[in-house]
Design a protein. Structure first.
Length: 115
């Protein structure tokens, strides 16, 4: 079993920055794609950014140029640097990891951007 622990959410004013982190622990034989999703009230969960084991990244159009995803394979962590935050970025952010050929989700961390 793999556990994911997220940190770094909070309240920030528009234009500000936050950094989310997610650490995977447990018996990890294979760690593949890691990513972040978000879900705003009344909306479906959506992809924010992913990063493959080799380092290639992909982003939702709405966050390109503002968010940066990174990973540390030695520490089994994935981070999301969020700059120039907008009120529409307000959501619960979830870490997602494909580990040991299974899909795992974090518990979610709230990000609130005030206007």
């Amino acid at each position: 079993q793999v556990q994911l622990v997220e940190s770094g959410g909070g309240l920030v004013q528009a234009g500000g920055s936050l950094r989310l982190s997610c650490a995977a622990s447990g018996t990890i034989v294979s760690l593949n794609t890691m990513g972040w999703y978000r879900q705003a009230p009344g909306k479906q969960r959506e992809l924010v950014a992913t990063i493959r084991s080799g380092g290639s990244t992909s982003y939702a159009d709405s966050v390109k140029g503002r968010f940066t995803i990174s990973r540390d394979n030695a520490k089994n962590t994935v981070s999301l640097q969020m700059n120039s935050l907008k009120p529409e970025d307000t959501a619960v952010y979830y870490c997602n990891v494909v580990a040991n050929w299974h899909n795992y989700w974090g518990q979610g961390t709230q990000v609130t951007v005030s206007s």
